[in-house]
Design a protein around this ligand. Structure first.
Ligand code: ADP
Ligand code: ZN
Ligand code: ZN
Length: 699
């Protein structure tokens, strides 16, 4: 007597089998159990997806192989988890097996049953929670917690920087545990490395036993340990990045997505899921509450939480508000410097320099933001026009003065800076534009004479992807800032996010203009969020907040974005952006997906996309039921991607757009089938790969 099973195993991306294979087992198994099965010559990990009543009709019984063994001691993955995986695979157009297996800790695949048993034995059976008391809540915080308790959500918490959102998360968890000591909460953050304080805060509140972390910086052993604790229902709180949305948590009752607008919630390879969107979906599966929170919500979430107005129903999220900073803290005053009135080529305007000097002399800290690392983005020969282009990418190589290299930030190609122009021999090749490295150097020169209150010279430091490459470097550099060992911090957006720097009173955006005129329709939204975040770093200590300032150097001082920033008026900014999106029928009013092809030549990449489009249209037109979809979904011709060539691979994309998410999903489903046929035609041999990005973040 044996039973028939459909089992999810890791199969190649886009595989037609959908990642479920048929197996047989002599012993009874249930859906969600983890098993080892043979696949070709290998033995692989699988998840039992369904138990069949009879042998699968489409394969001879003799071809069905036996399950090799069960991972003993592990409870089955619950139905909600399986539904989450199934939905993600379908929605993001990947195979079920790929999504299921990549949602599990990698070590599970490699450990033998003996090794696993040893690991399980080492897990602490009881993880204790020691809740220490938080501060007394502000009126706004209390009101939010009351609404959280009284309604079902999903919730969008729109709270200023420093309004005490984190405290709301902690007390929501506390109340959940008071109600049900076995409950579990998932706390998601964009990047854990950037906010080590949050981890400490959660551990301090609930005890380190109660909390496990999940992010890509952990060793495989740490990941497995945390995963097992969550899966067994022992860990009360999982704190993690986007991958944590797939953590197995049988008693999940609360999900928090902090800084929900952050682009890093979108996975950029494999299944390109949005962890924020999946969090909302998952909450429904578990009947858990989900709280998205931000000082600058994504326009998607803002739109979904719109209140009902005469005749028009509201969105399905409930909006909660915390407009005030904790204590007497106020938001910094925003000052715009009109760069048109500054001498040409000014990097740091005279008034900004004077303000920096005054702050340093008073012993306060300042932060300068420039979203470009390296010394200069391009080297240039004025004689012949040579520029430091990368041979392999459609991008310039960036000049890094510290080791005198030209580095491509896309493919990594690194070379010594040539002594003379490679084309004409001119010895006088010069940098154009500036990055953080140059800004730091420039600042050191301009402020060399400035002294701190104790008579010692000003201390300037830089934090960006270059300075933080060594493991632990970021943490130690941040610690220096917190300890007050830095007066002026220069950096990329890395320093704008989430840090609770207590002594910073002035933040300046040195050159934010490029994002105003980007071809990416989301660029203004990103810029606004970044500047509001950056402003939120200033004056976090209430005693100094009254004199805190956010400076913006710009050639477009009257731009609506800066007007809204000056008023700290996210709703005004969002309203005007949404009006534009609505007029242009862009997300969140419409829904998009991108089909992308990579090939050796741009023609080959575009040819695949256009052929797929033709085949798709033919297939849809052939059936009256599907012909209607063509009216609902616009499919645009293939075009080169913004970054057209990376590491000698040409990239093209095709946009699909619809006001109906459902119609778009149906078309993508057809497209998926069509692509397999088209891809196999001999004329598309030059194509390296294709992929689908649903709800893309950049187009
Ligand atoms: P946000 O996440 O909204 O930026 P935080 O939760 O980090 O804000 O709160 C900002 C600061 O205010 C933190 O130092 C926090 O400890 C403190 N804080 C938060 N809530 C309270 C409260 N109710 N009473 C006193 N201090 C608070
Ligand atoms: Zn030259
Ligand atoms: Zn390159």
């Amino acid at each position: 007597m044996s039973i028939w099973l459909d089992i999810a195993v890791q199969t190649p991306a886009h595989s037609q089998v959908g990642g479920l294979l048929s197996y047989r087992s002599p012993q009874a198994l249930q859906a969600g159990q983890l098993v080892r099965v043979p696949l070709g010559q290998r033995e692989v990990l699988g998840v039992v997806w369904a138990v069949r009543d009879a042998a699968p009709p489409d394969i001879p019984a003799s071809a069905v192989r036996d399950v090799l063994g069960v991972l003993e001691g592990l409870p089955a993955l619950d139905e909600a988890w399986r539904q989450l995986v199934q939905f993600s695979a379908q929605y993001y157009q990947r195979s079920l097996g790929e999504v299921a297996l990549s949602a599990l800790p990698p070590q599970l695949r490699d450990l033998s049953s003996v090794q696993l048993a040893r690991r399980l034995k080492k897990q602490q059976p009881e993880r204790t929670v020691h809740t220490t008391c938080g501060p007394e809540l502000s009126a706004e915080q209390s009101a939010v917690l009351t609404q959280l308790a009284a309604n079902t959500g999903p919730f969008l918490l729109f709270g200023s920087t420093g309004s005490g959102k984190t405290e709301v998360y902690l007390q929501a968890v506390e109340r959940m545990l008071a109600r049900d000591p076995q409950a579990q909460a998932l706390l998601m953050v964009p990047e854990i490395n950037l906010t080590p304080q949050l981890e400490q805060r959660v551990q301090a509140r609930f005890g380190s036993d109660a909390v496990v972390s999940m992010h890509s910086g952990l060793t495989p052993a740490q990941r497995l340990k945390g995963w097992l604790a969550a899966h067994a229902g022992q860990a009360r709180i999982v704190l993690g990045t986007r991958m944590a949305v797939f953590a197995s948590m049988p008693n999940l009752q609360l999900i928090v997505v902090d800084e929900e607008h952050d682009p890093s919630y979108k996975q950029q390879e494999g299944a390109r899921y949005s962890a924020r969107d999946l969090a909302v979906y998952r909450a429904r599966l578990h009947r858990a509450k989900v709280l998205l929170a931000s000082a600058t919500p994504s326009l998607e979430s803002w739109h979904h939480s719109r209140p009902a107005v005469a005749g028009e129903p509201g969105g399905r999220y409930q909006r909660l508000l915390m407009p005030s900073r904790i204590g007497t803290g106020v938001l910094p005053k925003v000052r715009r410097v009109d760069m048109n009135k500054q001498p040409r080529r000014t990097v740091l305007s005279a008034p900004l320099l004077a303000a920096l000097q005054a702050r340093v002399e008073r012993g306060e800290q300042c932060m300068l933001l420039l979203n470009r690392r390296g010394y200069a983005p391009v080297l240039h020969c004025a004689d012949c026009g040579w520029k430091s282009a990368c041979q392999h990418c459609s991008a310039f190589r960036v000049f890094h003065k510290i080791d005198r290299t030209l580095r491509c930030h896309h493919c990594g190609l690194t070379e010594r800076v040539p002594r003379a122009c490679p084309d004409c021999g001119n010895a006088d090749i010069a940098p154009i534009g500036r990055g953080t490295e140059q800004l730091e150097e420039h600042l050191c020169e301009l402020l060399a004479h400035v002294l701190r209150p104790d008579g010692t010279p000003v201390r300037i430091a830089r934090i960006d992807a270059d300075t933080t490459r060594p493991k632990g470097a970021l943490e130690s550099q941040l610690a220096q800032v917190h300890a007050g060992e830095v007066d002026i911090l220069v950096g990329t957006q890395m320093i704008a996010k989430g840090h609770d720097f207590r002594r910073i009173t002035l933040v300046a955006a040195v050159n934010p203009d490029t994002a105003l005129f980007s071809s990416d329709f989301r660029a203004p939204e990103r810029l606004f969020a970044l500047l509001m975040q950056a402003a939120g770093r200033a004056g976090r200590d209430a005693s100094q907040s009254a004199s805190s300032e956010m400076w913006v150097q710009t050639f477009h001082p009257t731009h609506a974005l800066f007007e809204a920033l000056k008023q700290h008026d996210y709703p005004a900014f969002a309203a005007s952006e949404l009006a534009e999106r609505s007029a242009a029928e862009l997300p969140p009013i419409s829904h998009q997906a991108l089909l992308r092809a990579d090939a050796r030549s741009q023609e080959a990449a575009q040819a695949l996309l256009n052929a797929a489009r033709q085949a798709l249209e033919a297939q849809l037109a052939a059936n009256p039921d599907t012909a209607e979809l063509m009216l609902q979904v616009s499919i645009y011709p293939a075009v080169p991607m913004g970054m057209q060539r990376v590491a000698d691979v040409e990239r093209a994309q095709m946009l699909l757009e619809s006001s109906s998410r459902m119609a778009l999903q149906k078309v993508l489903w057809h497209l998926h089938g069509v692509l397999h046929q088209v891809r196999n035609r001999p004329e598309h041999k030059g194509v390296i790969r294709w992929l689908v990005d649903v709800d893309p973040q950049a187009i």
